[in-house]
Ligand binder design. Sequence first.
Ligand code: ZN
Ligand code: ZN
Length: 110
Amino acid sequence: MNFKWQCERCGKYYYAEPKECSNCGYTVFNQKGTEKKDKRWVCKLCGVIHYKKPSECSHCGNTEFKEEKIKEENSEEKHKENRDRIKQSLKHILFIAIIIGIGIIFILYI
Ligand SMILES: [Zn+2]
Ligand SMILES: [Zn+2]
């Protein structure tokens, strides 16, 4: 399982444990599993994004947040692609089955 580290102060994510946050210089990080998150909270005042619902903004202390849904990138398109691929392989299998069928009929009736 992959882990990532999130800065406790500004919420910036790192894929390897950093010595200090390149964004705010903080040195405390939370290690997290990379489970999918579908929501985020954007501070209405400073725009800092939080991936866990905060009681107050870690950056400016504001308590109003805009809840946003994180859209999975191109997930629908990927589904479509997969479906097309399955359809194509089914056609391919059907084609082979017909060829084999014709072959069997040819052998049986000669
Ligand atoms: Zn930071
Ligand atoms: Zn803020």
